[in-house]
Ligand binder design. Sequence first.
Ligand SMILES: NC(=O)c1ccc[n+]([C@@H]2O[C@H](COP(=O)([O-])OP(=O)(O)OC[C@H]3O[C@@H](n4cnc5c(N)ncnc54)[C@H](OP(=O)(O)O)[C@@H]3O)[C@@H](O)[C@H]2O)c1
Length: 241
Amino acid sequence: MNYYFITGSSRGIGAAIANELLKDEYNYIIGFSRTNLIKHERFEHISFDLRDLDSVKNYRFINIFDAKSITLVNNSGMLGNIRHLGEIDNQSIIDVFNVNTIAPFLLMNNFIRDYKNFKGNKLIVNISSGAGRHPIESWSGYCASKSALDMLSEVANLEQKKLNRNPVKVLSIAPGIVDTQMQSEIRGVDKVDFGQVETFIKYKEENTLASTEVTAKKLVEILKNADKYAKTTMDIRELEI
Ligand SMILES: NC(=O)c1ccc[n+]([C@@H]2O[C@H](COP(=O)([O-])OP(=O)(O)OC[C@H]3O[C@@H](n4cnc5c(N)ncnc54)[C@H](OP(=O)(O)O)[C@@H]3O)[C@@H](O)[C@H]2O)c1
């Protein structure tokens, strides 16, 4: 069996990846999120609030005896307050970094430690964002936390490539602009706080957002063929899938 641990499997891109993977009878999914809608014999939900770092810190990945491959997809993400610095609620800054950077960092650390002796294929895919690579006004926490996730992935890959046994492959993938609750949250921000809000409203009106289903199909192709990709940091829009 191929085992996939996916954070943020309750909706949006994470739910679509889980549903796409469930089409293959040799895949088993463990989803982490605060809520859950997926019911399937090969899907297990673990209720997790990734802002609760003590729980994440102490999480041990389970022993798996029949695994061909084990993959961690750090997909959970949040935007936090969309406002200029000086006007952001401080708790939002802490939450954004905890969910987007610190929790994925802890899960990567635990995954690499707990599966050190596992000899099958091991993969970590971090769902990043173009916003981690280009600054966007009013998105400081989101941009900076995703940028840190990219660098974390680069360092992890560098370290893993030096191992001569059982390395973990690490990818950090920007999924493009996808029609999820996160996008509707962006469109709902007051123009006073986010000058570019009309651009995002237009994306929706002009139907330029990617669907979660198409995005998940592309991501699953990458998950299945991870060795094909030499670069750690990628943007789905630049790949021919
Ligand atoms: N949509 C886009 O255009 C876009 C573009 C670039 C990057 N991304 C990235 O893609 C990923 C998925 O985003 P999406 O668009 O699918 O967003 P979404 O529809 O808002 O879904 C976010 C997911 O993250 C989970 N999550 C949020 N806070 C959490 C917490 N405290 N603990 C555990 N899980 C939490 C949610 O689960 P619960 O609420 O059930 O906990 C949900 O499953 C994110 O990392 C996002 O940054 C999205």
